[in-house]
Write a protein that binds this ligand. Structure first.
Ligand code: AMP
Ligand code: MG
Length: 273
């Protein structure tokens, strides 16, 4: 499954994107939800652990995984499962909530730039600079001209990161409105999950079509060869995790990173005792 061709889910730059045409359910070529499917994701995650260790040792590039999606789309869950076998020392997850007063006094990329991965690091953004062209736009906090200006700033920002050695992958976790209803209901019903709920989960849900149009524009304006967007079918959690794990493994394998040689001559080492 790691050889699955993921290109059909990749967004072409400046394409006319219609998210209604992307299925939120898993593709037919993947097996049904099963223990075998979860075991496969675990294997990919173990592979990811090895690839991350090499990335860390080689320190020649960094990896940034951006996760976006509506509330309950599974950003937290994907991070938990895809990286379950990766050393906590090897990854850094950053969640972006509503900006603070201090952050609002700066340009919208200020808080994001300080969190990008250094060479050898793998960082995951749970929400990101894309909130500044999505939620802000849908809630009418910015106008169309500002939004288009920000698309350009994002393109330049991501080009800067790319040219500085960062591999950028962006996943939009695509769930149906019906699936979100089920997940919100599950949170309402479970005392251990109620803390996760915010009033905005319900107000944003009412604006669903507006969010979809904003996502379509943002994804198509900012998907590029060096920072592609993928529309991840996310109604099924195990398939969503498999998709993201396979994508990361494919991209990291292609880098063909090698463990560096020792920095000193090992033949001169004498172990005492
Ligand atoms: P959660 O990810 O569920 O913890 O929620 C974080 C909330 O912060 C979501 O409602 C986001 O839309 C909101 N948020 C994140 N970034 C921004 C931003 N730049 N401007 C406004 N709201 C934001
Ligand atoms: Mg939430």
């Amino acid at each position: 499954m790691e050889h699955l061709d993921l290109s059909p889910w990749r967004v072409a730059h400046k394409s006319v994107l219609n998210l209604d045409q992307f299925d939120t359910r898993p593709p037919d070529q993947l097996p049904a939800e099963s223990d075998a499917l979860a075991a496969h994701t675990k294997k990919l995650s173990e592979r990811l652990n090895h690839l991350q260790a090499t990335l860390h040792a080689a320190r020649s590039c960094s990896v940034l995984l951006v996760l976006q999606g509506m509330d309950t789309a599974g950003k937290d869950g994907a991070i938990r499962h895809v990286f379950s076998q990766v050393s906590p020392l090897g990854v850094r997850a950053v969640a972006f909530g509503a900006p603070t007063q201090e952050e609002l006094q700066h340009d919208f990329l200020w808080r994001v730039h300080s969190k990008v991965p250094a060479l050898g690091e793998l960082a995951i953004f749970n929400r990101s600079h894309y909130e500044d062209v999505l939620v802000t736009r849908v809630r009418g906090l910015i106008d169309q001209a500002t939004c288009e200006m920000r698309f350009r700033h994002i393109q330049h920002f991501e080009s800067l990161l790319h040219e500085s050695g960062t591999i950028i992958l962006k996943c939009y976790l695509h769930i149906s409105k019906h699936e979100q209803k089920k997940r919100l209901q599950a949170r309402l019903d479970d005392p251990n999950k109620q803390w996760k709920l915010q009033p905005s989960d319900f107000t944003d849900r009412k604006l669903w079509p507006h969010f979809m149009r904003a996502y379509e524009e943002a994804l198509s304006a900012t998907s590029s060869s060096h920072a592609p967007w993928y529309v991840v079918p996310a109604d099924s959690k195990p398939h969503r995790d498999l998709f993201i794990a396979a994508l990361l493994v494919q991209v990291l394998e292609k880098l063909d990173l090698k463990m560096p040689k020792s920095a000193f001559s090992l033949s001169e080492v004498r172990l005492d005792g």
